[in-house]
Design a protein around this ligand. Structure first.
Ligand SMILES: [Zn+2]
Length: 113
C-alpha cells in the first residue's frame, strides 16, 4: 500500500496549495518520480484516481514524469545517465559515482482554476 499513502500525500498537498491560492478546482497535478524510486506508475495513478473522487481534484489530470538516473564521477566530474544502477565511469573507470538525480518523489506543479 506504498502507492496509496503517497497518493494521499500528493492529494493533500495539492488541495492545500489550491486553497492557499483561493481556488476550488484542481485541473492538473504533475509529479516527478526518479528512476530509482520504487513507485509503480499504474498503482499510483489508480490510487490517486480512487481518492480524488468528491474532492476539488476530482477532474484533475494526473501527470507522471520519470526522472532518469544521473550520476557524476567524483574523480573526473564526468556526468552520465545510468541504466538503474551505477557502473564504472566511462571516462576514467572510477567506481566512485555520486547520484545527481533519480530518487525524486515530488510534485512538479499543480494547475488550478
Ligand atoms: Zn570519471
Amino acid at each position: 500500500m506504498h502507492e496509496a499513502s503517497i497518493a494521499n500525500s500528493i492529494l493533500e498537498i495539492s488541495i492545500g496549495t489550491a486553497i492557499e491560492n483561493n481556488s476550488n478546482k484542481i485541473t492538473l497535478v504533475s509529479v516527478r518520480i526518479g528512476k530509482m524510486a520504487t513507485i509503480d506508475e499504474s498503482s499510483l495513478r489508480f490510487a490517486f484516481d480512487a481518492i480524488k473522487e468528491n474532492t476539488i481534484a476530482e477532474n484533475a489530470v494526473f501527470e507522471f514524469n520519470r526522472v532518469p538516473l544521473l550520476g557524476v564521477c567524483t574523480d573526473c566530474n564526468h556526468e552520465a545517465e545510468y541504466p538503474g544502477y551505477f557502473v564504472a565511469c566511462a571516462e576514467c573507470g572510477s567506481m566512485s559515482i555520486k547520484m545527481v538525480s533519480g530518487d525524486e518523489l515530488e510534485i512538479a506543479h499543480i494547475e488550478v482554476e
